[in-house]
Design a protein around this ligand. Structure first.
Ligand code: HPA
Ligand SMILES: [Zn+2]
Length: 342
């Protein structure tokens, strides 16, 4: 039975909606790019770098994550990073990926916006051509920086607006509430972008409310702390606002002590629409299927949950109705198909 649910989780078609492309940079690739670009690293070896991945909270992770991204200089670097993620996601039966990128991490170091987005986007086009895997980009503003800097980034990005579909908000959550970005999100909304924000990862439920009411986001990234506010939890369930939950991330960043302590099953019981995602797979010990397996093992979830989560991932995706139906049909065909064939 356990083997069977593992196989189902690995093989079912799914969408990934919460993945920071810079968080998919594996230590081996960090070292290869550092050598290629003659960038000096603080760590002597891949092993030493990996040993530094012992995080105590979000900020302790972000410090290392931004240091890792410093090896990215050329369009080919961004392509290689994205290609490696997409290859891995394809192996995990990801049919559609909505990928965050953090341009400010790169433009701050003198890397052109074009270098970054063109490299990432070209890898998405190749995945579509090669595997019929669809993808889209969501540009995130770093919330520890100012709204003025977010506006400047939007300005840089607009000549490339056909290459990304949405706007997100990430980095250090506490002390940087969504409403700090009210004006720039209002402009992005007028421009017709999809909107999401990280909220309620480490920050309070109030940040989830203001992400919805002030920024008008369509999904909440993480959002697991909503359970501290019963009325908010009921609202999320009623309004079918999807949370993009990242189980291994939540354990590595100490949002919960261990997987059996994760509130995922309680959120499901409360009727909240959930999806499962990897966040920063190179740093948190696993890609999307690793997240599914760890979660299902710890919380004894069932095949019906697997089917619901696969459906939710496509239902919450920013794709047109026809594409959504095509993917939902793939999920149904998979679950209604011949079990013995697996
Ligand atoms: O999990 C995260 N939270 C906030 N910012 C981030 N940037 C990359 N990953 C994260
Ligand atoms: Zn994230």
């Amino acid at each position: 039975m356990t083997d069977n649910i593992h196989t189902i989780l690995r093989q079912m078609p799914k969408a990934e909606l919460h993945i920071h492309i810079e968080g998919s940079l594996e230590p081996e690739l960090i070292f290869a790019l550092a050598e290629r670009n003659r960038v000096e690293l603080k760590y002597a070896s891949v092993e030493e770098l990996r040993r530094a991945y012992a995080f105590t909270d979000l900020q302790s992770f972000l410090d290392i994550y931004y240091a890792g991204a410093s090896v990215l200089l050329t369009e080919q670097d961004f392509y290689d990073m994205t290609r490696a993620y997409l290859q891995r996601a394809h192996a995990d039966k990801v049919r559609h990926a909505e990928i965050f990128f953090d341009p400010q991490t790169h433009t701050e170091r003198g890397v052109e916006f074009a270098t970054c987005i063109n490299g990432i986007h070209r890898a998405l086009e190749d995945a579509k051509a090669q595997w019929d895997m669809s993808g889209a980009l969501i540009m995130c503003f770093l919330r520890h920086l100012s709204e003025e800097e977010a506006f400047a980034t939007l300005e840089l990005a607009l000549p490339y607006r056909d290459k990304f579909i949405g706007i997100g908000l990430d980095s250090s959550e506490r002390g940087h509430p969504p409403e700090k970005f009210a004006r720039v999100f209002a402009q992005c909304r007028e421009l017709g972008f999809h909107l999401v924000a990280h909220a309620g990862e480490e920050g309070p439920p109030a940040y989830i409310s203001t992400a919805l009411d002030v920024l008008h986001v369509e999904r909440i990234d993480h959002g697991v702390r909503c359970l501290d506010d019963a009325a908010l939890t009921q609202r999320l369930a009623r309004e079918k606002i999807a949370l993009t939950v990242c189980p291994l991330s939540n354990i590595k960043l100490r949002v919960f002590d261990c997987m059996p302590e994760h509130n995922f099953a309680k959120l499901l019981d409360a009727g909240v629409t959930l999806t499962v995602n990897s966040d920063d797979p190179a740093y948190f010990g696993g890609y999307i299927n690793d997240n599914f397996l760890a979660l299902f093992d710890a919380l004894s979830l069932t095949q019906e949950h697997a089917r619901q989560l696969a459906r939710n991932s496509f239902a919450a995706a920013f794709i047109d109705t026809a594409a959504k139906q095509k993917y939902l049909d793939e999920v149904d065909a998979f679950f209604d198909g011949d079990q013995a064939g697996r």
